[in-house]
Write a protein that binds this ligand. Structure first.
Ligand code: COI
Length: 357
């Protein structure tokens, strides 16, 4: 499908940031966006790269009422030699369509998803920051725009992609975060939408997040919705625990997001001769194993969060430090290796990098 690039005058361009250390996460957006529409009877039409600007949408648009919405997150990097690299975008394309299927939305052809992102990143290349720990965050999104108050899948969708130059997801940077195990609210149940990347999952997690923040935590760690016992995910991250040189994470059984970074961490760990286990983790065992020192490190993984060390975990009014609250060796190695591959400093022997022409 032809993707047209609409003209943008110099006067319409925004001033660029000057200090890359002050980017924060997801607050600044580039000059242009990709927009493609899907209409019933026509399929995907009118792919264009246009000025980044507000949408004019009908107040009855289905997305506003029934949350028929999905999104993705991936990053582009500018290497020292000028190469522009995307990290495993094919996995995001597949997961996007997996989410689309769950939300009864049309699938975006993988080629359109990838070419659209590549072309947009290419025309916006001057916006990619290069300071340590920065990147261009890419947010593909699909929303239901048919004006209708009845409940049904929409007849009209926008698939769009916006770009944001970002620094670290957590304001403190690569420093250990404090996580509270959530025992009051749940995020997902079997048969629900936990595995889909859909806005509703995040909206329903806000209350737990706010209550945790008031108590001084960075985020909550969800337990399974049935037994309230097994570790699931953090929302912005999948969770890992190191038992010496074995790293353990929860299995993908329908309620947890199939993290691209999660998969990359597992692959990297195997290649570094660590043992990996995907298995159910009982929160009571987890606390015992931290207390006894069997668990030597804890960290989260995510596109936004990359690899983030977890310094303290609290459950049922008990707070335990992991690794003395510091950054562990495995966590540091995985972070360095992953970001090394992403930024072109370490050779990519896994075929994860897709270069933008
Ligand atoms: C990501 O890691 O890209 C996420 O989607 C997490 C969060 C920013 C929603």
């Amino acid at each position: 499908m032809e993707i047209s690039v609409l003209p943008l005058s110099e006067a319409e361009k925004k001033p660029k940031f000057t200090d890359e250390s002050q980017l924060g996460f997801g607050k600044i957006f580039t000059d242009r966006m990709l927009l493609v529409e899907w209409k019933i009877g026509q399929g995907w039409v009118d792919a264009r790269i246009k000025k980044y600007e507000p949408f004019v949408l009908d107040p009855a648009a289905l997305v506003f009422h029934y949350a028929q919405e999905i999104f993705e997150g991936l990053k582009a990097y500018k290497w020292a030699d000028g190469t522009i690299a995307l990290f495993r975008p094919e996995m995001n394309a597949r997961r996007f369509n997996h989410s689309a299927e769950r939300l009864c939305m049309p699938e975006v052809p993988e080629e359109l998803f990838l070419e659209g992102i590549e072309k947009l990143v290419s025309v916006e290349r001057d916006w990619i920051p290069t300071a340590e720990g920065t990147s261009l965050y890419i947010r593909p999104t699909m929303i239901a725009v048919e004006p209708l108050v009845g409940i049904k899948p929409s007849d009209h969708y926008y698939f769009y992609v916006i770009l944001s130059p970002v620094g670290a997801y957590y304001s403190q940077g690569f420093k250990p975060v404090r996580i509270m195990v959530e025992d009051k609210y749940v995020r997902a149940t079997p048969g629900g939408t936990g595995e889909a990347k859909t806005g509703g999952n995040y909206a329903s997690s806000l209350k737990a997040g706010l209550e945790a923040k008031k108590k001084g935590f960075d985020q909550v760690l969800w337990l399974d919705g049935v037994h309230r016992r097994y570790i699931e995910e953090v929302g912005a991250m999948n969770m890992f625990f190191a038992y010496g040189d074995t790293i353990v994470t929860a299995p993908l059984e329908g309620t947890i997001l199939h993290g691209v970074t999660r998969d990359s961490v597992l692959t990297l760990a195997r290649s570094l001769n660590m043992k990996v286990e995907e298995r159910k983790i009982d929160v009571n065992d987890l606390m015992n194993d931290i207390r006894s020192g069997k668990i030597t490190e804890a960290f989260g993984s995510g596109t936004a969060a990359v690899v983030t060390p977890v310094g303290a975990l609290c459950y049922a009014n008990e707070c335990l430090e992991v690794n003395g609250g510091g950054v562990g060796k495995i966590t540091q190695t995985l972070y360095d290796t992953l970001t090394g591959i992403q930024t072109g400093k370490i050779a990519d022997k896994f075929g994860w990098i897709r270069k933008v022409k």
